[in-house]
Design a protein around this ligand. Structure first.
Ligand SMILES: Nc1ncnc2c1ncn2[C@@H]1O[C@H](COP(=O)(O)OP(=O)(O)OP(=O)(O)O)[C@@H](O)[C@H]1O
Length: 245
């Protein structure tokens, strides 16, 4: 059986600029992957390459064995690639419910299922998009992607700019979408620690290439690669009382 998502030798960028270099990556059915890396290393560009909005220099994109390399973003979405952009991009002049139904496609995810996953959206169903908090907007953006009934969900920094309590709630929902609903998911995240408890596996990008790949659990138990490639531990040590004098 083929992997759900197969990226092979992908080299992509914008205009003349190459950002992603000869990158190969697979994702299985129901698997959740954390895509980690410092600012500007190409995480969003890799997601953009899967949804089909970058320039491709080489390589291929396959979903469930179907070659989507030459497919338009619309065709890729129809084939099952669901995407939640970093900017959330909800329709501000539509209600929550209109946002959810505007682009919906039939399948397991219905309004009822989304409201069950995010009760707050049910409470706010008649509110306009521009009346929502940041956390509610993120829930709506995820709900809208689920209503397309994708085979794979791509989340670009879903916790960015949200308060810690909201992040906890959101991660609990994302965990349920992965564990209970078996949704194959790629989550872009700059702060590794937040997301490793939710994902099965992690890759770390640097300058458009994968520099480390490991089960999430291994990185929780031994975060040395995070320190090496993201500088995570170094920052924590600087703040620890033992180093304060
Ligand atoms: N639309 C674009 N046109 C040209 N270059 C771009 C474009 N978007 C991103 N880049 C460049 O591609 C490189 C990778 O950016 P990208 O946004 O993929 O990184 P990232 O890892 O997602 O970082 P961040 O966490 O800041 O979003 C950067 O050098 C950036 O300047």
């Amino acid at each position: 059986m083929p992997e759900l998502l197969e990226l092979e030798g992908l080299t992509t960028g914008y205009g003349e600029a190459v950002v992603i270099r000869d990158l190969s990556l697979t994702l299985g059915e129901g698997e959740a992957l954390a895509l980690l890396g410092r600012n500007g290393v190409g995480k969003t560009t890799l997601i953009d390459s899967v949804i089909g909005v970058t320039r491709r220099f080489a390589g291929s994109v396959r979903l469930a064995g179907v070659d989507l390399t030459a497919a338009s973003p619309e065709k890729r979405a129809a084939a099952g690639i669901g995407w939640v952009p970093q900017e959330r991009d909800i329709f501000r002049s539509l209600t929550v419910e209109e946002n959810l139904t505007a682009t919906a496609r039939p399948g397991r995810w219905t309004l009822r299922g989304v409201y069950e996953m995010f009760p707050r959206l049910g409470e706010r169903r008649a509110n306009m998009g521009d009346q929502l908090s940041g956390g509610e907007q993120q829930m709506l953006a995820i709900g809208r992607a689920l209503m397309l009934n994708p085979r794979i969900l791509l989340l670009d920094e879903p916790t960015e700019g949200l308060a810690p309590i909201v992040i906890e709630q959101l991660l609990a929902s994302i965990r349920r979408i992965i564990r209970e609903e078996g949704m194959a998911t790629i989550i872009v995240e700059q702060h590794a620690k937040k997301i490793l408890g939710v994902t099965d596996r992690a890759v770390i990008l640097d300058r458009g290439a994968i520099v480390h790949e490991a089960p999430s659990r291994a990185l929780i138990e031994d975060p040395a690669p995070l320190e090496l490639h993201l500088g995570v531990i170094a920052k924590q040590n600087q703040r620890s009382p033992a180093h304060a004098g």
